[in-house]
Design a protein around this ligand. Structure first.
Ligand SMILES: C[S@@+](CC[C@H](N)C(=O)[O-])C[C@H]1O[C@@H](n2cnc3c(N)ncnc32)[C@H](O)[C@@H]1O
Length: 331
């Protein structure tokens, strides 16, 4: 009861209600909120701090930027959502705020799509080498199976496509990436009411500030080949899973397209099924399914085969850390 009261007290102010109305629709930086509300930054920051302390909002840092969004767990989150949903957009002050929010969104989308336009040519070059993404996505869905996927984390989410695909079946979905440009595209893409339970954050997948054992499904889609230490990435992903949780890795089979190193920063030229299965084993996971998706125009050399690995964390997966560390050297 005390937390609910604290939350109600924290929300009981006209400026804070305006902030809740805006943050129920988008995650925003202090400077964006300052721009929309037309109040000074210290003032807005003080209101936000109070609402974070009361559990109504979450604050997260992305480099030099600080984002605010509705809390997604606990009594504070439920209260914030209730207040946000109750505030009617026909109130003249709230309506003006929402109009300005649209302006901020449009500027953000334009910035993101400019970056995407610049990168698009490079992306197409790689995509042309493997089967269409829609087929890869269909295979991912088939591998995961029907029903809810629970709480999902997408490591190296890029433009957030995997989140978009899994969101309808997720209770909560979090995407993490180290590229601000990618995240700004993901944010623009996921800035829709049906993705309220989806969020993206800046973060290094090797060093995430995430409670261990909190996700039902972790996805690492076309990321491992960029990494210095893919085994450690699998290990980190496993650490984030609840007992019985699953890891889906999607990457390339071994290939000899050396130019991908030069022009696309690939560090590894694909992985063997045994290699990934070994990393999974070392991390306390068991591979339950592996599927190869050869290129349509398969003529042997020069094309990329996409491979899916689905692995499961044992139900008694406690204390695997020491075991995994010991095994890592032998993989
Ligand atoms: C080819 S993109 C794949 C994006 C997305 N998974 C997809 O398939 O659409 C690889 C992504 O991994 C991200 N990445 C690379 N190293 C990372 C790290 N250490 N932590 C978080 N993200 C990383 C990159 O910024 C990039 O967005």
């Amino acid at each position: 009861m005390e937390r609910v009261l604290a939350g109600m007290r924290a929300a009981a102010d006209p400026t804070r209600l305006r902030l809740l109305s805006l943050l129920s629709r988008a995650e925003l930086t202090v400077s964006e909120l300052t721009q929309i509300l037309g109040q000074s930054q210290p003032r807005i920051s003080r209101h936000l701090k109070l609402m974070c302390e009361a559990g109504l909002l979450n604050r997260f840092q992305e480099g030099s930027w600080v984002f605010y969004r509705m809390a997604d767990r606990g009594e504070g989150a439920r209260l914030a959502r209730f207040v946000g949903d109750t505030l009617k957009a026909d109130d003249p002050t709230l309506a003006r705020d929402l109009e300005r929010l649209e302006g901020v969104r449009a500027a953000r989308t334009e910035q993101a799509s400019q970056y995407f336009r610049e990168q698009a040519a490079k992306w197409h070059e790689i995509r042309a080498l493997h089967i269409p993404e829609a087929d890869v996505e269909a295979a991912m869905i088939e591998a995961i199976g029907a029903g809810s996927v629970g709480e999902v984390i997408d490591l190296g989410t890029g433009t957030g496509r995997v989140l978009e695909v899994l969101a309808p079946r997720a209770v909560r979905a979090v995407g993490v990436d180290m590229s601000r440009e990618m995240l700004s595209i993901a944010r623009a893409r996921l800035d829709k009411p049906e993705f309220r339970h989806v969020q993206v954050r800046y973060g290094d997948l090797f060093n995430l500030d995430v409670e261990p054992g909190s996700f039902d499904l972790a996805v690492v889609h076309l990321v491992l080949h960029y990494l210095n230490d893919p085994a450690a990435a699998v290990f980190e992903a496993a650490r984030l899973l609840k007992p019985g949780g699953r890891l889906l890795v999607v990457d390339f089979a071994p290939h000899d397209l050396e130019f991908l190193r030069e022009s696309h920063a690939h560090r590894r030229l694909g992985f063997t099924p045994e290699e990934v299965a070994g990393w999974c084993r070392a991390a306390g996971l068991t591979v339950t399914a592996t599927r190869k998706l050869p290129p349509r125009t398969a003529n042997g050399r020069g094309e990329l085969t996409v491979v899916l690995w689905l692995a499961e964390k044992g139900l008694e997966a406690q204390g695997f850390r020491g075991r995994a560390k010991a095994e890592q050297g032998s993989v």
